[in-house]
Write a protein of this length. Structure first.
Length: 213
């Protein structure tokens, strides 16, 4: 019996004991995905370089970020992650990996970020008064030469001037009569009053004369 006991102990020492790591459960994946989706992303545009900066907030120690385009991994040390050099009109892909025990290097969330087109000509002097048109908006795709830009803005300005040009009304005969009366009312008014009084007197005299016959 002792012989078998010693043999068992020998086997236990010779056979390696493998400790299996705990698998990443579906529940762990869901929780880690929520953490990744809770990451806030702010887009900051730099007029000098005409590029965007991304600021990732709420990146906990349980996850880390991979920039597919730049091929760089980014970890948070209780601070925001700031990444620069993203161009307008482009789309970028970011992958969130797990850093939690049992779920190491697991892909838990993928985020795509698209940047709007930038129109560098929106600040040109030719755009003054044309801010509502696409060609003069800051975030618009305006892919034309500067000469064509000047021609187009000039056409738009001429169009705007036509809108505000006063419409001249064509006067009729009655309009001219009114204008004449309004202009010389200080002369015509006493004449009209005299004529009115004269007509009233004639009518009175005529009625009076008929009463005697």
């Amino acid at each position: 019996m002792k012989k078998y006991g010693k043999l068992l102990i020998l086997v236990l020492f010779l056979v390696p004991i493998t400790v299996l790591a705990e698998d990443c459960s579906p529940k762990d994946r869901v929780n880690l995905s929520k953490i990744a989706q809770n990451v806030a992303v702010a887009k900051v545009f730099d007029e000098n370089t005409a590029t965007f900066k991304l600021v990732f907030s709420n990146v906990t120690s349980e996850i880390y970020l991979y920039d597919v385009t730049g091929r760089n991994y980014h970890y948070s040390s209780n601070a925001d992650i700031s990444l620069k050099g993203y161009y307008p009109g482009s789309k970028y892909k970011f992958i969130f990996y797990s850093n939690a025990y049992g779920c190491e290097e697991e892909v838990i969330y993928t985020k795509y970020i698209t940047f709007p087109n930038y129109n560098a000509l929106y600040k040109d002097e030719s755009c003054r008064g044309l801010e509502d048109y696409k060609i003069c908006k800051k975030w618009a795709n305006v892919d034309i030469s500067y000469d064509d830009f000047k021609k187009e803005t000039q056409k738009l300005k001429e169009k705007e001037e036509e809108k505000i040009e006063p419409v001249q009304n064509i006067k009729g005969y009655f309009d001219y009569i009114i204008d004449f009366v309004m202009k010389y009312d200080y002369i015509l008014l006493p004449i009209f009053i005299a004529i009115f009084i004269g007509l009233e007197y004639v009518m009175w005299y005529k009625n009076k004369k008929e009463q005697f016959f």
